[in-house]
Design a protein around this ligand. Sequence first.
Ligand code: GLA
Ligand code: ZN
Length: 677
Amino acid sequence: MEMNTEIKLDKLLHGGDYNPEQWLEFPEILEKDLELFLKAEINLVTMGMFAWSKLEPEEGKYETGWLLNIVDKMYKNGIYTILGTPSGARPQWLAKRYPEVLRVNEKRERNLFGGRQNHCYTSPAYRRKVREINMVLAKEIGSHPGVLALHLSNEYIGDCHCPLCQEQFREWLKERYGTIDELNKRWNTTFWSHTYQSFDQIESPSPNGEMLLHALSLDWKRFVTAQTVDFVAEEKRAMYDGGCRQPVTVNFIGDYEGLNYRKFKDVIELSSWDSYPEWHRGPETDVALDAALQHDFMRSLLKKPFLLMESSPSSTNWQDVSKLRKPGMLHAASMQAIAHGSDSVLYFQMRQSRGASEKFHGAVIDHYGGEDTRVYQEVCRIGKDMAALSELKGTMQYPKAALLYDTENRWAITDSQGPRNIGMPYKETADKMYGALRRQGLDVDIIDMEDDLEAYRIVLIPMLYLFRAGIADKIKSFVENGGIAIMTFWSGIVDDTDSCFLGGTPNGLMDVFGLRSTEIDGLYDGEENAGVPVENNALALHKRYTCKNLCELVRVSDAKVLMEYEDDFYKGLPVLTCNEYKKGKAYYICADMEGAFYDDLVQAVVREEKLEVPISDIPRGVEVTTRESEAAMYLFVQNFNRESVNMELPLGEYKIIYGEENEKLESFATVILKKVK
Ligand code: GLA
Ligand code: ZN
């Protein structure tokens, strides 16, 4: 399936999810929408995701004319469409006629009709009905010149445990292991006498049955991802067969663990995601870092600009509290997406729905319906700014730093029993490492074990418990060739079926890191230890840092010890080591250290290795991010603090193309600088 890989429009996209099907009986509202879209410099709407009942009110009776008219009207006014396929929410008649499409939960109970994304993705009936509606949409709407891209379904999510899925799972396992003996061996089923005699006996994990065979749980999650990707591929095939060639995307959920998004790489041309940070829950500077990480993840997936597919223009009504975005926050969040490589700022939703569960979700146009609202005015400001920044479309980021953060590893860490069943700090460690890199002004790719490391100078590796995809060899040759690896405790423990490596860990890397891990101590909540610097250590670290949750004990062979434990029976054992291995360096962090430790360590390494940063001494809470084209470098500087900060910008080299030239960077302000190459 040769689709176009890029969106054919030389502009940043501004707009969002639009559900005109909810307003077909109110032509004056649709008119008003268009008028307000134009005033806010909206150039894109995403339509169709939840319109199946209006597109096929009865089986086989298609009514697409209304949507085509709207696509056409928008286009004539300079507004493009991303065409959604409606598989995320099926009509009532479909569920009645084909009950097999209803999802079955892990307790083996079949759902009633309701909600969305609750179909069986294996069901041949569902696949057939989706193919039919997609083909009709592709033929009747997909060829319209206004359709820029295809948006398959909406936030694929969850799993189905129905008999059809069980059967498919067994087939998938047969393919993976060949024989039941091999599966038994790899899954360690001799434990508790769980040996399978044949594939027919295998059942997906269930609280009513097997939950402790970790390899089963891991493979089930892999299967769910594979089956969802296969569903996506079928949806895409239908659009292709119906004549569409526009790039395809699926809207991902931020930090969603249920699916391994990496595996979608080959079935999409663009990655996109829905961003709903709780901006005012904690310090905005922390929330900004978290949002930044998600943006970077989405860009790193295909190593090209992504789309911010959804974001709330004000409050988000499914969160605990529907907090309003304080003035300027929507603008800052939108600019941040662009800074990290988004070619769009799109909202959910363009017009607030009147009834049902999202009637109080923020929208560009609210129930009042006028333009003199605070939110609409801020959207207008963003529209104007984006229109002036078209040259950024398609520009890229080429980070020299990467964070290795792997979904399959996350599944395995969470599922495993021990060394802490009351919370393993995987995400937290990744966040601390990411924050430390970003505070130095380094752009960061978020990669997984299937990626190559060669493009980077420094790779940070939090808690890589599970090794797969030849990662040990990759890390080894990365360091051999001059790379800097910083890896933590609880790494290289098991293989890809959660079987422990024999002969010492981190498996395959004991020579690279110059040490062997001997034991790991789980700490109770509230318990702490600390790392203290070794005198005259190579990085001149001089502070004491606390640690909690996990303290690993290592025995060094070649590594130098930079910090050691302050307390407990392992007082004096290493907390931080560095091993010079061939042309590179391998740092090992033995305990779950506080954030300040990561900040200081990364800062010291950046200085020692003379890693290039666009601005040194960045005030805390300020984000510095780059994008570049063949012709120019762009530097985004954003202040996420509640107060203004003083900051010197590199104005000799760069010229300001957006924002105020001022020594003070106001709260939530963005400045964009440009340097012609
Ligand atoms: C998700 C969905 C949207 C909408 C928003 C509300 O991201 O994709 O359809 O429900 O949440 O925040
Ligand atoms: Zn199913």
